[in-house]
Design a binder for this molecule. Structure first.
Ligand SMILES: Cc1ncc(COP(=O)(O)O)c(C=O)c1O
Length: 351
């Protein structure tokens, strides 16, 4: 049965599974700042192995993972190349500038991808007037580009340009498992050429808190200090890690269900007047569409909300809906019915 309120604002609204709640209650704990929390150590080892890296560090959030990740590659006064639609540039509160004295340099994102030639052109020379290019960041899946996926060849194209100039690549892989599931590949094929990767437990994987930053042992040692500076040294963090372990063990493969629901949602929405959306481009859990209806996105979102459908605004006339654990096909059908009622009107007698 469809729920009273269908919350498609984000996959971050997911609640922990019963197995996660049990694992949290029973977690073996210690002081993680002393490196003595067995659950954290286990999760970090699992994360490193899954990403094909030497080591991993539990951080509080994707934002902290990206910031610690970038700080650990750079020095004050460096410049970091990012996509103009990237989460790091648009939604991470200028943390790089504020905390790290780092300037971000944006190059265009097209369908989540950066053009290697643009990245090449943005790399600074040794000229005394220029900042040093400290890192190149990519994002997979790409949030603002409707959950677009970068495949291994696309990642390689960017990494090749960066590495040729001796510049490390940081992968914001908040939803990297969505990308791997959508492509049907081992996640390591997508992380192999990144020097560091952040992924999130608290999005589609439904754990309550936490992200992992992964890289070489020496890099993670540096990152551990930056995490402490940012107040991210947590003590009995095993209560977080325990849920993360369950997330990695049980919640990855089911992301395919979210992707199928997102495509079904996109196909239904694309048939409605006032919505401009190509469902073929929806390959993970995020559906973003332009609103051409005269009432505009803000009023449309309010009308959906009145009827029990929550979604997010992704731009002046753009709406975002995200499928996730806890959203069943019946909920998506109900969401489509609400959108139809608002955009087409309820037929007389159908109430
Ligand atoms: C691509 C991407 N990176 C990073 C983050 C930040 O994650 P958090 O909300 O855990 O800070 C998000 C959050 O939605 C995201 O979509």
């Amino acid at each position: 049965m469809a729920k009273a309120v269908i919350d498609l604002r984000s996959d971050t609204v997911t609640l922990p599974t019963p197995e996660m709640r049990r694992a949290i209650a029973e977690a073996e704990l210690g002081d993680d700042v002393y490196g003595e929390d067995p659950s954290v150590l286990r999760l970090e080892a699992m994360a490193a192995e899954r990403m094909g890296k030497e080591a991993a560090l539990l951080v509080t959030s994707g934002t902290q993972g990206n910031l610690v990740g970038i700080l650990s590659h750079t020095q004050r006064g460096d410049e970091v190349i990012v996509g103009d639609q990237s989460h790091i540039l648009n939604y991470e509160v200028a943390g790089c500038a504020m905390v790290g004295g780092i300037q971000l340099r944006a190059v265009p994102n097209v369908d989540g991808m950066l053009n290697p030639a643009d990245v090449q052109a943005a790399i600074r020379s040794a000229d005394v007037h220029q900042p040093r290019t400290g890192a190149v960041c990519i994002e997979n899946t790409h949030n603002r580009n409707g959950g677009a996926v970068l495949d291994a060849a696309q990642t390689h194209a960017i990494a090749a340009v960066a590495h040729a100039a001796d510049i490390p690549v940081h992968l914001d892989g908040a939803r990297i498992f969505n990308a791997a599931v959508a492509l049907g590949v081992d996640v390591r094929t997508l992380t192999a050429e990144a020097d560091s990767v952040t992924f999130c437990l608290s999005k589609g994987l439904a754990a309550p808190v936490g992200s992992l930053l992964c890289g070489t042992k020496s890099y993670i040692q540096i990152a551990r200090k930056y995490r402490k500076i940012l107040g991210g040294g947590m003590r009995q963090a095993g209560i977080i890690a325990a849920a993360g372990i369950v997330a990695l063990n049980t919640m990855v493969d089911r992301l395919a269900e979210d992707h199928a629901n997102a495509r079904f949602l996109a196909e239904g929405l694309a048939e409605l007047p006032g919505i401009n959306l190509n469902p073929e481009k929806v390959c993970t859990d995020i559906v973003i569409f332009d609103v051409t209806a005269p009432q505009g996105a803000t009023a449309l979102i309010a009308s959906f909300r009145e009827r029990g459908l929550l979604c997010g605004q992704a731009g002046p006339n753009r709406i975002r809906m995200v499928t996730h654990y806890g959203i069943e096909r019946a909920d998506v059908e109900r969401a489509l019915q609400i959108a139809r009622d608002v955009l087409v009107g309820t037929p007389v007698g159908a109430r």
